[in-house]
Design a protein around this ligand. Structure first.
Ligand SMILES: *Cc1c(COP(=O)(O)O)cnc(C)c1O
Length: 386
């Protein structure tokens, strides 16, 4: 079904991009588990499908859905979030170029920027995304791009989005944002002037912790250039993984509604609890970017982080006592996950780097899943000091 601009996001997720009538009248789009396609007479060579070129029916249907929900001209699915990030950055930057980013980035992205890009002659400086007045001093004549995350891990800080777009336009930079933590249900950066939005679809978009995938959406020319780069790098999404992502996407809107509501209630509960020192959640009025988060976001997502008054000892005890959330990294699935970033996702940083970033040893990060909120609350209650 073609994109109908009148449809709400939840309707797009289910109907846009679906062949109607279905193939052989199938209600669900089948998996095209084929690498190559016949080169029938009259089909130009460049239009022949091949799964690595991201042009199978499974790819095309996903692209149409993502275009509709992001408000983008074009979209591309990739074999991982990192494949989307690396192909995008390598499309926009080449030797001699400079870009601006934040120091608190997803670990894989940070490692790619620090370990791989310098060897290609691409360098960056970090800015504080919440302090627009400080950005201009980091510009160089070769600055081409500003790359940020919509909600940072694990402190859930937000850049000043509208200032980022204004700054990028004023200085001729591409503005790219990783919105994995936000999800397109809560925030659609393209509609606010970003050139491209990236997702690890491994997280909320698929939502079932059983696929590794990525997404980039943006302008038609930019996405076509990224697609060419991805064709060369080889990071296309396998048709079977396309099918799983497609299935997961259909319930994204209703899943996010529950993630938003449940995490909000849990953040409020924690903020009131006498054993808790600090709660990080963009939905709380105490969050430093709450005011503009409220004006731009439909909901505040399912990620909450917090510290106990008893620090590391309290965190370790909570992790031993908690029953429902699984101790694991990653996020955005149906099951709640809990982790202590200083010991897992941010263990690669030195203690000084962690301290500078504000990540204490006792900080706990919770990805609120789709269990009943009441069950999660009573589990937290029994696991916290009485
Ligand atoms: C997980 C994640 C990535 C990387 O995604 P993969 O699918 O694991 O490659 C990138 N950015 C953010 C914010 C993430 O959480």
């Amino acid at each position: 079904m073609k994109k109908n601009p009148e449809f709400a996001l939840s309707t797009h997720l289910i109907h846009t991009g679906e062949p109607r009538p279905g193939i052989e009248n199938a209600v669900c789009l089948p998996i095209f588990q084929t690498a190559n396609y016949e080169s029938a007479d009259g089909i130009p060579y460049h239009d022949i499908c091949y799964a690595r070129l991201s042009n199978s029916p499974n790819h095309k249907a996903l692209h149409e859905k993502i275009v509709a929900i992001e408000g983008a001209e074009s979209a591309l699915v990739t074999s991982s979030g990192m494949a989307a990030i690396s192909a995008t950055v390598l499309t926009l930057l080449s030797s001699g170029d400079h870009f601006l980013t934040q120091s608190c980035l997803y670990g894989g992205t940070y490692d790619f920027f620090t370990h791989d890009l310098p060897a290609l002659g691409i360098h960056f400086d970090c800015i504080d995304p919440t302090e627009p007045a400080s950005w201009e001093s980091k510009l160089t004549p070769s600055t081409k791009l500003i790359y940020l995350e919509s909600i940072s891990n694990p402190l859930l800080q937000m850049p000043n989005f509208l200032e980022v777009v204004r700054f990028a336009k004023a200085h001729g930079l591409h503005a790219i944002i990783d919105n994995t933590f936000g999800s397109p249900v809560n925030f659609q950066p393209i509609r606010h002037g970003f050139d491209a939005v990236l997702h690890s679809a491994t997280k909320y978009l698929n939502g079932h912790s059983d696929v590794i995938a990525g997404v980039v959406a943006g302008g038609a020319t930019l996405i076509e250039n990224i697609r060419c780069k991805l064709n060369h790098l080889g990071g296309s999404l396998d048709p079977h993984a396309c099918f799983l992502l497609h299935r997961g996407l259909k319930t994204l809107a209703i899943r996010m509604e529950q993630h938003n509501q449940s995490a909000f209630k849990i953040a409020e509960f924690l903020a009131r609890h006498p054993a808790i020192l600090k709660v990080n959640y963009p939905g709380l009025p105490t969050h430093p970017q709450h005011a503009f988060a409220k004006s731009l976001f439909k909901g505040f997502g399912g990620m909450v982080s917090f510290e106990l008054k008893t620090g590391l000892a309290g965190a370790s005890s909570l992790l031993k006592k908690i029953r429902l959330p699984i101790q694991a990294v990653s996020l955005g699935g149906v099951e709640s996950l809990i982790t202590r970033p200083a010991g897992t996702t941010h263990a690669g940083l030195s203690p000084e780097e962690r301290a500078r970033a504000g990540i204490s040893d006792g900080l706990i990060r919770l990805s609120v899943g789709l269990e009943a909120t009441a069950d999660l609350l009573s589990d937290l209650q029994q696991a916290l000091p009485q």
